[in-house]
Ligand binder design. Structure first.
Ligand code: SF4
Length: 379
């Protein structure tokens, strides 16, 4: 078995919670998604721009993903780093900035290494900054194991040179307007590394430990076929849906809490089985592939228009505005606000039931009743 980088830093939240997941994931191809490729392009642009800002030599990378948004977001990253650098200069006369630094934390995690996007060292303080271009999941720096691993790797190189006492870790996630910073004393970080990280990492490396499903399953490559996860979902489904004759409010609340996760999991299983059947000829006993519903379409719009007109039908076109986001892109945000600002309104959103932990404020109940009934009529 190839033991190289079994324990990746980016998956550390998962393997610290579900120890055998790292080995199980090796059985599945690590496909690089479009989002991952876009992220790599954004990181390369960040590296280039930061080097330029620090008067270092760099050649601008060429990427098919480069667009106005990437330009803007990478600029904000560089502004943030430079701001941190300026602040460091006020307390230390010669802070250092390291870009795309290789970090080795293999003394805690077998074969463990990673890359720090940016590290600023100012006397006894080390600040590690991680750029995240993704926008799907909001990433918090607090107690973030990936950041802690990077910090340990950085301390391996620089602790003896600078006698670092404190580490700050920042997640810079511009597409979610998220800048999250968390600070920990070096002693505390090393205690965690010795007492918790190291023993668990050795077990993970040796393929030991129990499968523990949880929110960390979401990006696990084994998620769709994982038995532990399936058993957990089915157990929940069975216990929740087999309660005759009438469900109590408390039971409905419990079901509401698990439904999104259950639905997501069920959809993934369906997508996996369909892909296997369509693309790999897999036959599922009791199931067959059929053609889904489709709607009629014009073969050739120009030919349709010509023929309809020739037959005396003139009123065949519908004029419509380009979508709002496209209009804003066309004009630019400032001009869009100036020209059309007073002609834009935001109707109330569809009432949605979410857990109390959701950050949105509670909907006004009267509005909710009206909107709910409106949506019901539209359905
Ligand atoms: S899907 Fe969840 S339970 Fe299964 S191996 Fe992955 S992390 Fe562990």
């Amino acid at each position: 078995m190839n033991n190289h980088a079994v324990l990746s830093a980016s998956a550390s939240h998962r393997w610290l919670n579900c120890l055998p997941s790292a080995r199980l994931e090796l059985e599945f191809e690590n496909k690089s998604s479009e989002a991952a490729k876009e992220g790599t392009a954004a990181h390369e642009l960040c590296e280039h721009k930061l080097k330029k800002a620090l008067h270092m030599k760099s050649k601008r990378p060429v990427s098919e993903y480069d667009d106005n948004d990437m330009e803007k977001y990478t600029d904000t990253y560089v502004d943030f780093v430079m701001e941190q650098y300026e602040m460091a200069k006020q307390v230390c006369k010669d802070p250092i900035v390291l870009i795309e630094q290789h970090l080795d934390f293999s003394c805690y995690v077998p074969d463990g290494f990673g890359t720090g996007d940016c590290i600023i060292i100012a006397d006894d303080k080390l600040h590690i900054i991680d750029f995240k271009y993704g926008m799907g999941v909001l990433v918090d720096a607090e107690d973030n194991p990936q950041m802690k691993l990077y910090a340990l790797g950085a301390l391996e190189i620089y602790d003896s040179l600078y006698d670092i006492k404190e580490v700050a870790m920042t997640i810079f996630q511009p597409r979610r307007e998220n800048v999250s910073t968390w600070t920990i004393a070096v002693d505390e970080l090393k205690t965690w590394a010795e007492n918790e990280l190291k023993p668990k990492a050795i077990m993970v490396y040796n393929g030991e430990g129990e499968y523990v499903p949880g929110e960390w399953c979401t990006f696990c490559r084994a998620a769709v076929r994982c038995r532990a996860r399936a058993e957990e979902k089915l157990k929940l489904a069975q216990s929740e849906f087999k309660l005759p004759p009438l469900l109590t409010d408390a039971e409905i609340e419990e079901i509401l809490a698990i439904l999104p996760d259950l639905t997501k999991w069920a959809n993934k299983i369906t997508a996996y089985a369909l892909d296997a059947a369509v693309n790999h000829g897999k036959e599922w006993y009791g199931f067959k592939v059929v053609e889904g519903r489709s709607v009629r379409k014009y073969k050739d719009e120009d030919a349709v228009a010509e023929k309809a007109m020739a037959n005396g039908y003139k009123d065949i076109y519908r004029k419509s505005l380009i979508p709002l986001t496209q209009m804003q892109k066309l004009m630019g945000k400032t001009k869009f606000e100036k020209i059309l600002g007073d002609l834009i309104y935001k109707p109330p959103g569809k009432p949605t039931l979410v857990p109390n932990s959701d950050k949105r404020k509670t909907y006004n109940v009267t509005n909710a009743i009206n909107e709910f009934n409106k949506y019901k009529e539209e359905m």
